[in-house]
Write a protein that binds this ligand. Sequence first.
Ligand code: KIV
Ligand code: ZN
Length: 498
Amino acid sequence: MSDRLFIFDTTLRDGEQVPGCQLNTVEKIEVAKALEELGVDVIEAGFPVSSPGDFNSVVEISKAVTWPTICALTRAVENDIRVAADSLTYAKRKRIHTGIGTSDYHIRYKFNSTREEILERAVACVKYARRFVEDVQFYAEDAGRTDNEYLARVIEAVIKAGATVVNIPDTTGYCLPQQFGEKIKYLMEHVDGIHKVTIATHCHNDLGLATANTMAGVLNGARQAEVTINGIGERAGNTSLEEVAMILKSHRELCIDTNINTPRISAVSRMVSNLMNMPVQPNKAIVGRNAFAHSSGIHQDGVLKNRESYEIIDPKDVGVDENSIVLTARSGRAALKHRLHVLGIDLDKDALDKAYEAFLKLADRKKEINDDDVMLIAGEHHKAKHRLKLDFLQVTSGVGVKSVASIGLDIAGEKFEACASGNGPVDAAIQAIKHIIRRKMHVKEFLIQAINHGSNDVGKVHITVEHEGVNYYGFSANTDIIAASAEAFIDAINKFVR
Ligand code: KIV
Ligand code: ZN
């Protein structure tokens, strides 16, 4: 008989906290539905007290999703808990996730408090949350650096107070797998009543050990893993859902199953990467572009003779369809629609028409349209709603001459033009835009990425623009990287010019 590991996905809370990854409510619902289809057990939908937007997202996700438990995060503060309970009104299965820092670092420096006082606050918040819901999860923030004996006392007390799930986060990603495993083992052996509740891991990736620590926790008795799609999350991120799911699927000898519908992994990974504008590193395990690409001659020869010589996972098991139809300028709307569906995107007729138009334009410039291109095209229709649009852009540049750009912008239907020079074509285009949009703003970060290979590739541009002390994120993709840079700059400006 296999054991079951519950998958708690926090892409929409810990993942969404990352600067530049913010989603609107509609996008969050889209992700939540994809997570439901993927088979996650719990969706942490937000931190409702943090903003009206977060509150509203938890409400709407609760309405939209049927099977997974919807979880809302709080601090150990009564008002947070009341607001979280309110936001969960429509959830079919609901959970409040409340807690407090238990390491001496948190107790001394964050709370200026004592171990005894923190223990009392932990118990009080669990008891208070139990007034509103039956399923209460307690987190001991920075449990990774918390003294085991004290942690055991806190956990025993919150279980007595009514916690149903106890989360042991390695908040700073500090632990070694052996230490983290021993911590879970210590709790399993020293806490009265621990077998009545589920122990959860929540590991951060600061030392690249998040998945290893999660697995060490699971092997020592944890039965809920807190994860995110593509491992996104605070700083270096959280444990990747796809890694944990595929480790357990590959190592059948562990006799631990998840409910993850693994062939959906690839589509959900792309959806999250695209909506959150967070590229996946090409060599990322399971979902990276190169995860199943064999480039050396020896490897290719081995794989052709027998796939298992170099592959431990069948790409189809994570939804990588090797025989996917190659889309070209001759492909019809139906082929594009099918490819979008395989990638987890269903567009209505209008959006599909617009996507098809964009597809044909791109196919004119690029021989083969791959999945990354299709995902970018699908995102294009969001841009149509922008107040500020690029009308035209002409740039002259070269060696030994100054770069000059002339640009036309459409601002809510009115046309504006400007010319500027710069220390390169991108700078010239940005200066020209600044001549039209006379706001104080400066580019803080600028990143160009090629998606595939070859000189006909699509370039993705990520940009961060600071305006009045706030950072705004912009993104675009185009086979012309100067155009992509100008569009990304305009995308960021659209977020503060209303
Ligand atoms: O990393 C952490 O400790 C958290 C908690 C709020 C669970 O995200
Ligand atoms: Zn976290």
